[in-house]
Design a protein around this ligand. Sequence first.
Ligand code: 13P
Length: 255
Amino acid sequence: MDKNLRKAVIAGNWKMNKNPKETVELIQAIAPLVKEADCDVIACTPYIDLTAALEAAKGTNIKIGAENCHWEKSGAYTGEISADMLAAIGIEYVIIGHSERRTYFGETDETVQKRVRAALDAGLTVILCVGEYLEQREQGITDELVRLQTKIALGGVSADELKRIIIAYEPVWAIGTGKTATAEQANEVCAVIRQVVGELYGADNANALTIQYGGSMNAANADELLAKPDVDGGLIGGASLKAEDFAAIVKAASK
Ligand code: 13P
């Protein structure tokens, strides 16, 4: 199996942007521009926007995801949202382990593993983020680090459950900085991820896995990145907030 047999997935990560009214406007602006997409199109929004996003996306090909979830089903966890709660309102996707969660909110590989477990148990599809800091790249430990992040996060995940995992390679130094990894750098690490997944689950399962690149992907560089054999899609921050830019990336993934 090769890239042509994997469905490309373009997901927007809206981060802490847009209120419910703005969410409806943005989904309505994106929908007509992506309706012919030959890839999966996902918008991951702040919790407070999810209901509005689901409503606005009804009858379109846009799927809605959350940006995080807690690992417990319920309980005394003030301010948290469980995977079951997301599933109960009709959410299909959840981003887990984003570097901003790891950097600013104490997320560790162990808590990422617990959240992945909870999300899978709730029936969600996970967009699992891995990636290195600039110092780690400069130390030459990118591959080892990403291998480890991937292995820990997938601890306890069965081959069948792997079908509901998308992995996003997001080099932290490329996020929101305008510095994109070169297409070669992106492809190289995506290939490392596929290799480690192959070691864990066998080549067929690894070949079926969608691996995205994320980090300053935009309308201008999407074509080159998405043309690489191991880059099956994108996780888009800034450019996902502009309907035309996001649609241009979706178009690049649909080729
Ligand atoms: P930018 O596209 O803004 O660099 O963000 C990437 C990202 O973090 C997506 O999760």
